[in-house]
Design a protein around this ligand. Sequence first.
Ligand code: DQA
Length: 148
Amino acid sequence: MTRRILVLNGPNLNLLGTREPEIYGSTTLADVERLCAQEARRHGLEVTCVQSNHEGGLVDALHEAGAAGDVVGVVLNAAAYTHTSVAVLDAVKAVRLPVVEVHLSNPHAREPFRHHSFLSPVAEAVVAGAGADGYRWAVELLATRHGG
Ligand code: DQA
């Protein structure tokens, strides 16, 4: 059984490529997911990619990953729910999978309401401001530490 990394993206990230390109760049979500799959393959792993605009969709995807038994970790860009969601925080704590929190932009260089993350205290690592490369590094980190 090939083990997997869950690449989980939150609200509005389905619009990557056209959404505020001056902040998020021109890379689409499909590009990001392809990059993650390529990086995972290099380490003998697969990815499952999920995007949801709904808080509960992110919670459900985390639960499924936790129950599956073949998921080694989660690359999580919870987007705006990063800054608001106790439910996503609780789901991350409940499933006990290593999570790398990723942001395309650097939220700390933006509006004050983006400076707090509910998820960072329970993330194994945080990558912010590196654009799509951040996802690749997150996959590499999870594969290196947990995919062996
Ligand atoms: C984001 C940063 C968040 O503040 C924002 O709400 C997003 C995207 C990022 O990838 O830079 O939707 O998570």
